[in-house]
Design a protein around this ligand. Structure first.
Ligand SMILES: Nc1nc2c(ncn2[C@@H]2O[C@H](COP(=O)(O)OP(=O)(O)OP(=O)(O)O)[C@@H](O)[C@H]2O)c(=O)[nH]1
Ligand SMILES: [Mg+2]
Length: 391
């Protein structure tokens, strides 16, 4: 539904995005909020702006406390391995137990609530790949508004490559799941693939607007997209439109980028009485059709499947490279999004390989002639072996 914002509101939004100081930004956002007409089409936007204001307030409050206490919270976890998977869930569901069962991480497991207060990483060896699991602090209701370090926790989820939503089968698992999903949604993190995705990458002054439509515009032309962007004073940007997008999708992307993260549900404590019935209820209520894996960290049932399921949900392929004249491919594979081409592989190996590319050879059982000589647009598949020839 269109927001139909008056020009004055659009200008105010632009001022707010330009403001660097949180106090100033909060004030401008509040003024922006008061200029948004109240109707069904702006409901979501108003909620979003309110969340943003309360998070800015909390941020300022925390900074103030930090100046007094001098304590720093190191919440960012540097990525290692093929993918970073963040484990989210309510307290005591067994996030630490899962991390301890899958990796060598040293974590504290206890039946007291809120034992884990900072993200804890650990590595899982899966064949010739390594996955990095990160236990996030427990999520509580109101996390998206900043309760219980909620925003920092959601920021870790935003940065992840995939998510594990963990519930336990001791208490109502569907209720636990809907709490997590609702906090994620408020944080604009989606667990199912959206039908459209609009990315706005702001560029330098004077570079102009470049619209790249990879999917299809359903109800507007590229020109209308440009007009909408300009009305919000987005004048220099590369805008990529994936899937079946509407003008509303474009407008939404102006306010904040929604992101999609591949997601699995892990239902822990399958050993407890009544677990089977609760698991069935959880599966019934799971409207987004996310994959549910029942496990028990206590009896270790189901844990062996997790590596494989993560690999599947990431929707990636692993590709081995080979040096010309060497007999065997490298031991460590490269991980690429499914559908990636030789060009993406070349870029990942070295920033100037794309410019120096001459041709590639690909070995695979699926090819009629292997090795096959290919160019940059060749789509790679799982377990392909690639030899790059440079100029
Ligand atoms: N019966 C049963 N209990 C489990 C299982 N996994 C974990 N627990 C127990 O659940 C309690 C909480 O486990 P933790 O792994 O500390 O849970 P957490 O999600 O990390 O909790 P916080 O970090 O405190 O939020 C502990 O008493 C565990 O022993 C399981 O598979 N079955
Ligand atoms: Mg824990």
């Amino acid at each position: 539904m269109p927001t139909n914002l008056p020009a004055e509101a659009k200008k105010k939004w632009n001022d707010a995005t330009m403001a660097r100081n949180p106090r100033e930004k909060t004030r401008l956002l509040q003024e922006f909020l008061s200029l948004i007409p109240k109707h069904k089409g702006t409901e979501r936007l108003r909620a979003q702006v309110k969340t943003k204001i309360s998070s800015l307030r909390r941020e300022m409050e925390e900074k103030k406390q930090k100046r007094v206490g001098g304590k720093r919270g190191g919440f960012f976890v540097e990525k290692e391995g093929a993918a970073q998977i963040v484990i989210l869930g309510k307290t005591n569901v067994g996030r630490s137990s899962l991390l301890a069962a899958l990796t060598h991480a040293k974590v504290e497991i206890s039946n007291y609530p809120f034992t884990t207060r900072e993200p804890v990483p650990g590595m899982l060896q899966f064949g010739d790949l390594q996955f990095q699991f990160v236990e996030a602090p427990a999520l509580i209701e109101g996390a998206a508004e900043g309760k219980g370090m909620g925003q920092k926790t959601l920021a870790i989820a935003r940065n992840a490559d995939a998510l594990i939503l963990m519930v336990d089968l001791l208490r109502d698992p569907s209720k636990q799941l809907s709490l997590i999903l609702s906090e994620l949604e408020k944080g604009r993190i989606y667990t199912s693939k959206p039908s459209a995705n609009v990315e706005i990458e702001k560029t330098h002054m004077g570079t102009g607007l470049r619209i790249v439509v990879i999917g299809k515009l359903l109800d507007c032309t590229t020109k209308e997209v440009q007009t909408t962007l300009r009305s919000y004073r987005v004048n220099n940007a590369v805008v990529r439109i994936y899937g079946q997008a509407t003008l509303d999708d474009v407008e939404e992307a102006i306010f904040e980028n929604a992101i999609f993260r591949p997601t699995l549900i892990i239902a822990n404590k399958s050993d407890v009485a009544g677990a089977r019935k609760r698991l069935a209820d959880l599966r019934d209520s799971n409207r987004d059709r996310l994959k549910v894996i029942p496990v028990s960290c206590k009896t270790e049932v189901g844990l062996k499947k997790i590596g494989e399921k993560i690999f599947e949900v990431l929707d990636v392929v692993k590709v081995y490279t080979k040096e010309p004249r060497e007999k065997n491919p490298s031991k460590a594979p490269f991980i690429l999004k499914r559908g990636a081409t030789i060009a993406e592989l070349a870029k990942q190996i070295h920033s100037d390989f794309l410019d120096r590319f001459s041709f590639a050879k690909v070995w695979s059982e699926r090819l009629q002639f292997s090795p096959q000589k290919v160019g940059l647009s060749f789509v790679l598949e799982n377990k392909d072996v690639v030899e790059l020839h440079l100029r």
